[in-house]
Write a protein that binds this ligand. Structure first.
Ligand SMILES: *Cc1c(COP(=O)(O)O)cnc(C)c1O
Length: 377
């Protein structure tokens, strides 16, 4: 067991179907966290299951230097789904690796080392991404992390403009902070980040590992704000639960990205799952659905509990409720008394990142349960 790293939950999950998870005693849970946004199509989605089984039977894996159709198709599809002029992709195996690649590419392409990250930000747990991650609890006892990183106050335009200079290789920002507590950056801040980096020739990196793949009402938050970064990183939901990260870059980064690599990069089985996931998200217009349903979800939460909590916020199906007290108790009561799986985000925020395939019924059930739990505590 990995208990020295993870604390196990008191529920033993055996199977999943759509937005539903079933434990060993047959109890069904509504999966409103999607294991940190990793299953946008829910569990056992036929498009993903078929793609996976067919690919596993045909060719499970061959190293990245051999051209393989499914890998090439994914390498074409990702830039197609990204905002112009982002036109290249690099595939890895996780979110933290997608960010490591972004940091390395930005340093190589600019010939500079300084990376500016945000207070409250989370970018992963390997020593480079960890250096860009704000909370000391993630870093304590593991130092030294990678050097050359500085923090600026999230959403503080003036401080950011002052910090970006001729030595800056990149600014990395989550356009909506996930682990930090569902904190959206203002459009003005993202625009300032774009202007400041452009002025000095630094790269702007959007970490869309939690926000991306349709969750916030469009494929990426970058599509919703009038800002196109130089690099978008994505992972979590991109292959509906299989391990994949992607670093999507503009031409000037791609043409001078330096020497990088990864053995499993774009392995055929994982690539097949990702291609099926992304095509389904696009073809079924799930970003629009997430946007509309999310608006309703937030409005209903606001009406039900708005006067008893500090804030209900987010975009699309990335929603946080800022409580007046600790979030763990509410998350536990939702699971144990109402069979609804939610997530905390920091100490006082309850977070929902459901599969994008849910509908009105799942939203209604969740709002009712949240109201009951808030009333009873
Ligand atoms: C989860 C997350 C990461 C790290 O992804 P891993 O796959 O756990 O390495 C990085 N950035 C953001 C915004 C995340 O939510």
């Amino acid at each position: 067991m990995s208990e020295f790293v993870f604390s196990p939950k008191p529920i033993r999950i055996e199977s999943g179907d759509g937005a539903s998870l079933t434990d060993e005693s047959g109890t069904e849970y509504l999966d409103m966290g999607a294991s940190y946004a990793c299953t946008p199509l829910g569990h056992a989605h036929p498009a993903v299951v078929d793609a996976l089984t067919e690919q596993a039977e045909q060719l499970t894996y061959v190293q990245g230097s051999y051209p393989v159709s499914v890998r090439e198709e994914l390498y074409d599809l990702l830039p197609e789904l990204a905002p112009e002029p982002i036109d290249h992709a690099w595939l890895s195996n996780s979110g933290t690796e997608a960010n490591e690649a972004a940091i390395k590419f930005a340093r190589h392409a600019t010939g500079r080392s300084k990376i500016l990250a945000m207070t409250g930000g989370f970018h992963g747990r390997t020593l480079g991404s960890l250096a860009a991650t704000w909370k000391p609890k993630y870093r304590e006892g593991f130092e030294p992390v990678a050097g050359g990183f500085d923090f600026v106050t999230f959403d503080d335009e003036t401080e950011l403009r002052e910090a970006v200079d001729e030595e800056t290789a990149a600014v990395i920002v989550e356009p909506i902070q996930g682990e930090g507590g569902i904190n959206p950056a203002s459009d003005g801040f993202l625009k300032a980040a774009r202007e400041a980096t452009e002025e000095v020739g630094a790269a702007l990196i959007f970490d869309e590992i939690q926000t991306g793949v349709g969750r916030t009402g469009s494929m990426w938050v970058a599509d919703q704000v009038d800002v196109t970064p130089d690099i978008i990183t994505t992972a979590k939901g991109i292959a509906n639960g299989l391990p994949l990260g992607a670093t999507l870059v503009r031409e000037w980064i791609a043409e001078d990205a330096g020497n990088h690599g990864s053995t499993f990069s774009g392995g055929p089985t994982v690539a097949a799952a990702a291609k099926a996931t992304l095509e389904t998200v696009r073809d079924e217009a799930l970003p629009n659905h997430a946007g509309d349903l999310g608006d309703r979800f937030r409005a209903d939460l606001e009406a039900a509990i708005g006067d008893r909590v500090k804030d209900v916020r987010g975009e699309g199906l990335m929603i946080g409720i800022q409580l007046k007290r600790g979030a763990n108790r509410v998350v536990r009561d939702l699971a144990m008394e109402h069979q609804i799986l939610a997530l905390p985000a920091g100490r006082t925020v309850v977070r929902f990142l459901p599969p994008l395939i849910i509908g009105d019924a799942e939203v209604d059930r969740t709002v009712e349960a949240v109201e009951a739990v808030i009333d009873s505590t």
